[in-house]
Structure formats: structure tokens, C-alpha cells
Design a protein around this ligand. Structure first.
Ligand code: AHG
Ligand code: MN
Ligand code: MN
Length: 334
């Protein structure tokens, strides 16, 4: 029976090839890049689970398991992603949350630039809560015969050619878009294969769920505070208020919002006037995915996230994203 069920499933590899055939003149280079990211995802997934086991053993990890494990996993994931992205020679530069400056790969002629958060939500690993990896892919602007430069990095979110995330949760799930809709793949760890689990994901137009760190609400704008009061007021139709769900790993909170609908926000506060999340490797890729699934993503000025220009590779942005209806309700109050 099990063998028969695999026969019906599409592998990530088959899906990538199918997508590649959709783009006339495709060279297969983006396909190879996605394959390389999937390889890194398998390696990181394997390590993330082992980190949990180390926690349990508690021998050498018990002293600084939180600091070392978190740092270890951030840096481990960063190394794995940089190695994976450097394999094909198609990536000339990498912007990573873990590196102050852009990382140059061995191949200055590579046609892609990648921005990434190698391990998102890493403060959650020591309590075994799901975490992730986030990536965004741009085509370089400069001539491939020249050295890559800042113009290759300072591109708008609308110019992304692919974006995605890996969620290391109860299962390891890879979600990505190349602009033709959003699809999700689940890793079968026994086979080491990602299988298509959701094709062309479309967000529910509304969801009675809001997601933010409410501890900061006292520092948020009056608009956000009044929106939250509205969410907590029993709805005249259902008689119920919204649910609050907040995992503290953006990848997990966005994955739930993508599938179940609702709204996620990391607002600007008095302490963080531009919020906490980074534009290039958290907001841009997640906004691309949310828009591809029919949702909306804006900042505190109601500016479309994908149209906020990059000034600095680690610049932060306030972010409000989610289902169409939820977002229109909030925007009408901003
Ligand atoms: P990272 O671990 O890559 O620094 O990202 C953590 C981010 C994001 O995943 C999450 O939404 C947010 O931090 C949670 O922040 P708070 O703990 O301030 O709520
Ligand atoms: Mn992050
Ligand atoms: Mn991170």
C-alpha cells in the first residue's frame, strides 16, 4: 500500500522541471539553485533534530546549550546554505543575516544573488519549537564579466525571481514561489525526498486569527491598538472574538497564516521604530509568497513591502501581512 501511495506523489525534482519548462529559454540554472537549497534544507533539518537529542543528553551541551546550540545552529545553517548556494557557480553574492557584509562566492560570474535568513526563530530551538530558513533570489543586474556590485543587491522586492522558506516543524516543509503561485513540499526523511503536498496555495480571504507579540502592544501605534481591540470584541455574527496565535518564529507564524488565513504583524514600536524584522531576507520573501497566495503585505505607512527600497542590507521594516479581508480591515484603521 505505502509503495503504491508514493507512485502517485510528485517529487520536488519533477515539479522543478515542470516549472522550468514553463519558462521559455530556461537554462535550468534556477532549477539547480532550488535543488541546492533543498539539499541544504535536508542537511539543516537533520542537524536541527539532532540538536534536540543533544538537549536531551545534556552532557557537554547542558552548560551552554542555549547559547552554543542557538549560535551553533545559526552558524551551522549559514555554512550549509553558503556551501549549497556556491555549488553550482550560479550565485555570485549572498546576503545573510549572519554576515555583516555580502558574501562573495567563488564564482563572480554567477547570475543570481541570494538573500537569506539561514535559521529563523533560532531562539526557539532550545525549547524545541519549530524554526526555519528563509531565502530570496534575484537575477544580478551587473554584467557577468564584471565583479558583482551594490546594484545587484539594492533591488526592489518586486524584482525577486524566487522566494521561499523551509519550516523545520513536526515535518520539514519547503514552500516556494517563482511567481507562478506558491507550492509546498514535505520531506520524507526516510527517503530524503521532498514530495509535493500543496500546489498553488491560495490563502483564505479572511481568518479569525491575529499573530503578534502582544507584549509590545503598549508601544504600538493607536491604529494597531484599536485594531487589536476590534479583534478581541466578540463578532456580531459568530459571537466570538479572534484567536491569538504567536509562535515567535516568523516562518511558523507565516506558514499558519498562509494556510489558515488571518494576519501576522511585527509592528513599529517606540523602541523599534522600524520594527524588528529585516527587509531583505525576512519581509521581502514572505511578502512575495503572501501576495502570490492572494494576500497583502504592507509596512506602517501602508507601503507595499515589495516596493520599499533597500538602503542597507540589514535594514528593518515594520510589517503587516495576511489575508485580504483582515488586511483591509487593519489598513482602514491605519
Ligand atoms: P531570527 O531568529 O532569525 O533572528 O528571527 C527571529 C524573528 C522572527 O522569526 C520572529 O517573528 C521574531 O523574531 C520574534 O521576535 P520577538 O521574540 O521579539 O517576538
Ligand atoms: Mn529571522
Ligand atoms: Mn536568523
Amino acid at each position: 500500500m505505502v509503495a503504491q501511495s508514493y507512485a502517485r506523489l510528485m517529487t520536488l525534482e519533477e515539479f522543478i522541471i515542470q516549472g522550468q519548462n514553463h519558462f521559455k529559454g530556461a537554462t535550468g540554472d534556477l532549477s539547480q539553485l532550488l535543488r541546492d537549497i533543498a539539499l541544504a534544507a535536508k542537511i539543516i533539518s537533520n542537524e536541527v533534530n539532532k540538536a534536540g537529542i543533544t538537549n536531551l543528553l545534556g552532557l557537554d551541551g547542558s552548560v551552554n546549550v542555549q547559547g552554543e546550540a542557538v549560535k551553533r545552529l545559526d552558524l551551522f545553517s549559514n555554512d550549509q546554505m553558503i556551501h549549497a548556494l556556491s555549488r553550482s557557480g550560479n550565485v555570485c553574492m549572498i546576503v545573510s543575516e549572519e554576515n555583516d557584509k555580502p558574501v562573495r562566492t567563488r564564482s563572480s560570474s554567477g547570475k543570481y544573488v541570494v538573500a537569506m535568513d539561514p535559521l529563523d526563530g533560532s531562539s526557539n530551538i532550545d525549547v524545541n519549537v519549530s524554526i526555519g530558513t528563509i531565502f530570496s533570489v534575484f537575477a544580478r543586474k551587473s554584467d557577468r564579466a564584471d565583479e558583482p556590485n551594490d546594484y545587484d543587491i539594492h533591488q526592489l522586492g518586486t524584482e525577486q525571481i524566487a522566494a521561499g522558506y523551509v519550516l523545520y516543524g513536526s515535518s520539514t516543509t519547503l514552500v516556494y514561489t517563482t511567481g507562478l503561485g506558491v507550492s509546498a513540499f514535505t520531506l520524507d526523511p526516510g527517503l530524503g525526498e521532498f514530495f509535493l503536498s500543496e500546489r498553488s496555495i491560495k490563502m483564505p480571504r479572511f481568518g479569525p486569527t491575529y499573530s503578534l507579540n502582544e507584549g509590545h502592544i503598549g508601544q504600538c501605534s493607536p491604529a494597531v491598538q484599536s485594531y487589536l481591540r476590534k479583534c478581541k470584541t466578540p463578532d456580531s455574527f459568530s459571537g466570538k472574538p479572534y484567536n491569538c496565535r504567536y509562535i515567535g518564529s516568523m516562518v511558523s507564524d507565516i506558514h499558519r497564516t498562509l494556510l489558515d488565513g488571518g494576519i501576522f504583524m511585527y509592528p513599529d514600536t517606540q523602541r523599534l521604530p522600524d520594527g524588528k524584522l529585516r527587509l531583505m531576507y525576512e519581509c521581502y520573501p514572505m511578502a512575495f509568497i503572501i501576495e502570490q497566495a492572494g494576500g497583502i503585505a504592507v509596512d506602517k505607512n501602508k507601503t507595499r513591502i515589495l516596493e520599499i527600497p533597500v538602503r542597507d542590507i540589514h535594514q528593518r521594516s515594520s510589517i503587516f501581512m495576511g489575508s485580504d479581508q483582515n488586511m483591509r480591515d487593519l489598513i482602514s484603521m491605519m
